[in-house]
Write a protein that binds this ligand. Sequence first.
Ligand code: FAD
Length: 355
Amino acid sequence: FKPYPRLVIPSLTHKTHTVNNIFVYCEIEDGKVADVSLELLTKGRSLATQLGCKLEALAIGFKLDGIEKELFPYGVDVVHIADDKRLAPFTTLPHCAIIVGVFEQEKPQIAIFGATSVGRDLGPRVSSALHSGLTADCTSLEIGSHTDNKTNTVYENLLYQIRPAFGGNIIATIINPDHRPQMATVREGVMKKEIFSTSHKGEVKKIDVAKLVKSEDFIVRIIERHIEERKIDLKGAPIIIGGGYGVGSADNFKLLFELAEVLGGEVGASRAAVDAGYVEHARQVGQTGITVRPKLYIACGISGQIQHTAGMDQSAMIISINNDPNAPINQIADYCIIGDVSEVIPRMIKFYKKN
Ligand code: FAD
């Protein structure tokens, strides 16, 4: 498996700030910290250790008593809490004002948001207010250096903001040598959520909401909320049977659903299968779909284009079923079954039903 080609794009720079810690904006869902934020904290902890700085979390909402207990095990050193009845459910302007206020005071060197609808809403607004720039939809974050050959300046300890670019044909590493904070939104599910230490304890700082948010920021009033039940849980599935264009029809996909049921998994799909109308878009895995990392991913009739593999190549084990021995998916698969999906899958169903 060849490493992706890399393109380094330096962004324009204007001024340099004094820099401090790493901040993660924590999304709160039904009083709990969202999984994506815990994934970012796990990454943030490892970056903070590498840089020798603190990891700080920002929790904004209502009834957040004890929220720090959820965050400290992820290696958080400081939790900033803004707790106010008017801050939940989420509305953009007050959350944005709080984040900008805290960042102006604390001057983080790195600030990370989930690439969720909330993070995609807040990230650009905050970066615009702070004139800092933002890399959206990152799939990886690393620490590295950059040499500016024109000025012969070496920038150490930069945040490499890594994401697919040009339709997923290259993986770009984007840097921001001078502006702070270095800001990124990161796709859900691309980073692992891992407890740092159950005994880790940090500090709690209460945010003075009235000082940072103007009354006119509370302009949006939520009158009613409709919560759509998500029946398809690709992210939580330990086994995913991914179906591609090679499956051939919506009818043939029924075999994949049967295998998924036998194995206790879910059915995912490539974009070509979704575009062909074989299954709904909610099942699309990949660059413009969902990122998954199940214990087992069985890719059936999927060629393995980078836009698809970007969403599943972190699976613990990959099995491909393809009638083309040269299909690119075979380069990342742990086991390859060369054959027709309509013959192989019924045999698998039969075998696993028996066992
Ligand atoms: P194909 O490439 O057509 O491959 C079908 C495979 O099935 C082949 O390898 C063939 O050998 C095999 N096959 C055929 N018949 C059989 C059979 N009977 N038994 C066994 N094997 C068989 N794609 C995604 O999946 N997810 C994304 O999020 C995504 N985002 C994109 C974003 C952009 C900006 C762009 C430009 C593209 C994106 N794509 C995405 C599309 C991607 O480039 C590919 O077109 C797509 O992944 C191909 O899907 P596929 O492998 O199912 O189909």
